[in-house]
Design a protein around this ligand. Structure first.
Ligand code: SAH
Ligand code: SF4
Ligand code: F3S
Length: 474
């Protein structure tokens, strides 16, 4: 069983939330308004989910929220370490904040999350960016109220990046982004140590929440009107291995499927090595589990897969994928691909292209390999030049875009049930929602449809999204 943060420690944090609230009251008396916080997330859904907790703690402490750093009294960047460009973006943002802080010296700047869990990064920030007030890593998230309070009292940067296998903190306040769908973490951390990946070093070891806790959270969400639940973990297929109770992810899905009020269940991410027949059966038999599977392949060559320490072969991967396709009608597939892993030669890359052609994914998330200090692959020299890697990347996208478009075109003329997310971010004249297969559908419609399930007739397909017409019920 994972270590749990005990109740006394959590109530100590509630006391700090009250202390912060008293500070916010003083601020209001002086400035005639509540202090405003800007919370920005870089990285994956786990980080988004953590930011929802940061917002929850800050809301309880009496902050309001804003989206412009020029208006913020507190800025929190929840950072990602998975690729260098994620880190560069944060460094760029920190540089801009320096100028803003010159004009607004009372502004408090906080960096947290995966990137700052790495000691060499924190050292660099302390040396070069003394305008940062507080730095805390992934394991200290629940301690934010105490750390923030201390940062207000300190003239120096407060740092808490203690390395740890990780614990579980339950019942941290949370302020969710949407009213109709929610992420629910089922486990934290990762034990897989893929050769390129920093996540196990910054997120600690795998630890599963108990099924009672997860099901209680889902029940409470459903009672609040949340109908779509996405179960989250770096490798949900390892769920339960560390629990006393005999339970695996397939069984957890079945239990979530029983909860009244839940209409759609999604989950990510599945590691192919642990993707089991039991899970395929649960997906096929649970009517609320969406016909959608994200199964990261990373590469198509067995040599590269072995060097990456992925622990499956191309053949095993395709066999599992085909089994899922045959048992789950209308299954939408997506994957992650890394191009330019150091040992990837041209003939290995060609195998990735043929994998995409054989698997016919609906969509892929593709990345150029990024060297991560402290990982085993960081010591390897690249076989291909950066130019070759970029050319390969572009060619792969061309191949995939055609497949994605073809798959989307097959939807034209179909009637699909979508859950409406709200206004489209790219085209304000359109509303947007998703099919059970996670396809984005844009359609002309009213904002009042947000959070509702409606039928749309698909009229047009693009590579990344569909367009449709709302079929009003008479
Ligand atoms: N736990 C998930 C993924 C977490 S990271 C899984 O195993 O699938 C998300 C994706 O980022 C990975 O699937 C991988 O494709 C990519 N990634 C991770 N480390 C990377 C690196 N060093 N360079 C480029 N891409 C990387
Ligand atoms: Fe990284 Fe591999 Fe763990 Fe995914 S399974 S988080 S890629 S180490
Ligand atoms: Fe996620 Fe990035 Fe951390 S991908 S787990 S936020 S390193």
């Amino acid at each position: 069983m994972a270590k749990y943060i005990d109740k006394d420690e959590l109530s100590r944090m509630s006391e700090y939330i009250e202390k912060l609230r008293a500070r916010c009251d003083v601020f209001e008396a002086e400035y005639g308004r509540r202090p405003r916080a800007l919370c920005e997330t870089h990285g994956c859904q786990q980080n988004e989910n953590d930011t929802e907790r940061i917002r929850g703690m800050l809301r309880d402490a009496g902050y309001e929220f804003c989206t412009d750093a020029n208006e913020a009294d507190l800025v929190v960047f929840n950072t990602c370490a998975v690729r260098e460009n994620a880190e560069d973006k944060v460094f760029g943002r920190i540089g801009i904040l320096k100028h803003i802080k010159e004009r607004r010296p009372h502004m408090m700047i906080v960096l947290c999350g995966c990137m700052v869990q790495q000691e060499h990064i924190t050292e660099r920030i302390k040396k070069v960016h003394s305008h940062i007030d507080l730095i805390f890593g992934t394991h200290a998230l629940y301690r934010m109220p105490e750390l923030l309070y201390k940062a207000y009292q300190s003239r120096k940067t407060v740092v808490d990046i203690e390395n740890s296998p990780g614990a579980i903190a339950e019942d941290i306040p949370i302020m969710r982004d949407a009213a109709h769908k929610a992420w629910v973490s089922v486990m934290y951390g990762c034990n897989n140590f893929c050769a390129y990946c920093i996540v196990p070093y910054v997120r600690g070891r795998e630890r599963s929440r108990t099924p009672e806790r997860i099901l209680d959270e889902v029940r409470a969400l459903a009672a609040d009107g949340v109908s779509e639940i996405s179960l989250l973990g770096q490798n949900v297929n390892s769920y339960g291995k560390d629990l006393d109770e005999q339970i695996d992810f397939a069984e957890l899905l079945r239990r979530v499927n029983e909860i009244d009020g839940v209409e759609r269940i999604r989950f990510m991410t599945s590691h192919p090595k642990d993707f089991s027949d039991r899970l395929i059966d649960a997906m096929a038999e649970c009517e609320k589990v969406c016909p959608q599977l994200h199964l990261p392949a990373q590469a198509g060559s067995n040599k590269v897969l072995a060097d990456m320490n992925r622990r499956y072969t191309r053949e095993q991967y395709l066999e599992k994928l085909n089994k899922a396709k045959s048992k789950i009608p209308n299954l939408a597939l997506s994957t992650d691909i890394i191009v330019g892993f150091p040992t990837e030669a041209q003939e290995d890359f060609e195998q990735t292209v043929t994998l995409l052609q054989e698997a016919e994914f609906d969509s892929i998330f593709s990345f150029i390999y990024s060297r991560r200090e402290g990982t085993p692959a960081a010591k390897l020299e690249s076989v291909l030049s950066p130019e070759q890697i970029h050319a390969n990347f572009d060619r792969m996208l061309k191949v995939q875009n055609e497949i994605s478009r073809r798959k989307n075109e097959a939807y034209v003329g179909r009637i699909c049930r979508i859950l409406v997310d709200g206004e489209s971010k790219t085209d304000k004249t359109m509303m947007t929602g998703r099919t059970d297969t996670a396809k984005i559908v844009n359609f002309p419609g009213d904002k009042a449809l947000t959070g509702k399930y409606i039928d749309v007739k698909i009229t047009k397909a693009q590579t990344w999204s569909l367009y449709g017409e709302y079929l009003r019920k008479e």
